[in-house]
Design a protein around this ligand. Structure first.
Ligand code: FIX
Ligand code: ZN
Length: 440
């Protein structure tokens, strides 16, 4: 046996791992946040934090009021009802509740006072653009990728009009209606003067490709994205599979863009809960393997919603280097599963994946989502480096920093922009944060 590393040396390495995880800026690769130029579409503040759909679902488990009555309340009244049910009448144990408290705590607010009125007052003083910079800096998030849908009637006009883009926001082209509801979507495309009919003829496919080209250019999309129901099947002759094969994947190939798929969501399991009413089921990873294998010149990003899909997906990523796994999505974004999934990915894939994205819908959420995830990622990495050190292998500070950068956006950027080389990653991590005005 070779001499093992002293406990002092190994403690120093682990301290460095924790510091690197804390101090390295992250690229948040999938969110529902908006550049502040989108005005009211960028949500922030205590009321939006409290009416987040994760909390609405939990609130209804405690409320005794009918669904319709809750929906008829103002946002502030809904927030009051959730605060009362989940924070006052019960201890806020769940991950979503804890998230609100972590957020307030990181903002310097005293949560033990349970003073919702004062918290509201604190948020009211901020200017949105200053607050955006403040939160990004505090959360140590270097870039936020938006989810941009041309089918959203509130969002589309902002793109059409044009605006000065915030340096910290990138875009992804979201195309669920195109792939999942072609009959209705064909009407919208035709109305926007694309040459399409409900029938998927060659002419219609060409029209869809024009649409994708126009919107990729307009938003400068970094990837295209769809969420898919558990029964998505490939090969298959569903409209979804046909549009994917004949329009979306050729478009991605021609523009060198990855195609992100999010399988496993069952929309509207309980429609009375509105946005909080979506559920989960296991998807068919074999179908995704077939799709990826049949398109070696396309790059695919996948995050699966079902816990039961995670292992099979990791094994698929070992087989196909044009597949990059990212994030612990939605119901898997809880400490218990982040720990399990991140450990499994590190053990099966090394550093060639992106452990987390926030999926934040409210700006302030990046504070809690990233601080909770950073804590777990640091723990899991420390376990892995400890195992290495038991063999006598001692990671250098530069190696640790390199590894953390890879997990926090480096591997993602390299996968999405293989031709940009090391410079794109280096640029992201070396960029100095903007000076941020303080809060009086
Ligand atoms: O499809 C998605 O991008 C999902 O993330 C959303 O539909 C979902 O509502 C959500 O916010 C999950 O975190
Ligand atoms: Zn999402």
């Amino acid at each position: 046996m070779v001499e093992v590393i002293s406990s002092e040396r190994s403690e120093a390495v682990l301290a460095q791992v924790r510091q690197a995880v804390k101090q390295t800026p992250v690229y948040d690769v999938h969110t529902h946040l908006y550049d502040p130029a989108f005005g009211d579409l960028l949500l922030y503040g205590i009321d939006d934090l409290l009416v987040y759909h994760y909390l609405v679902a939990e609130g209804f488990r405690q409320f005794d009021l009918p669904y319709e009555q809750f929906w008829s309340l103002s946002k502030e009244q809904q927030a009051d009802a959730i605060w009362d049910a989940l924070f006052i009448k019960n201890s806020p144990i769940s991950e979503s509740c804890r998230g609100v408290l972590t957020t307030l705590n990181l903002l310097g607010l005293d949560v033990k006072k349970r003073d919702l009125k004062n918290v509201r007052k604190w948020f009211a003083d901020w200017d949105k653009a200053d607050y955006t910079n403040h939160i990004m800096e505090k959360a140590n998030v270097g870039s936020i990728c938006m989810t941009n849908s041309p089918f959203d009637d509130l969002e589309r006009p902002v793109w059409e009009q044009g605006f000065d883009r915030h340096h910290g926001f990138t875009s992804a082209l979201r195309i669920d209606p195109l792939l999942l509801d072609w009959q209705r979507t064909s009407e919208s495309l035709a109305q926007w003067e694309y040459d399409v009919t409900p029938e998927l003829s060659d002419k219609t496919i060409a029209g869809i490709r024009h649409f994708l080209e126009d919107w990729t250019r307009k938003i400068n999309g970094k990837y295209l994205m769809v969420s898919l129901p558990p029964d998505f099947c490939y090969p298959g002759d569903s409209e979804c599979a046909r549009i994917m094969e004949s329009a979306v994947l050729p478009h991605c190939r021609d523009h060198g863009l990855p195609f992100a798929m999010m399988p496993g969501v069952k929309r509207g399991v309980n429609p009375l809960l509105k946005m909080a009413g979506d559920g989960v089921s296991k998807a068919c990873v074999t179908s995704f393997s077939h799709l990826i294998s049949a398109h070696p010149d396309n790059n695919f990003l996948i995050t699966a919603l079902s816990r039961e899909n995670q292992y099979e997906l990791c094994v698929a990523a070992r087989k196909f280097r044009n597949l990059h796994i990212f994030g612990c999505w939605w119901f898997t974004n809880i400490p218990y599963l982040i720990n399990e999934i991140t450990s499994m990915r590190l053990e099966l894939l090394g550093l060639s994946f992106t452990p987390q994205h926030s999926d934040a819908r409210v700006l302030d959420q990046i504070l809690y989502k990233w601080s909770h995830s950073r804590e777990i990622i640091a723990d899991v990495l420390c376990d892995k480096y400890t195992d290495l050190m038991k063999t006598g292998w001692e990671p250098t500070p530069n190696e640790v920093q390199r590894d953390v950068e890879s997990l926090f956006g480096g591997a993602f950027i390299k996968f999405c922009e293989p031709n940009a080389g090391e410079s794109a990653t280096a640029q992201f991590f070396r960029r100095q944060p903007e000076a941020v005005p303080g809060h009086a």
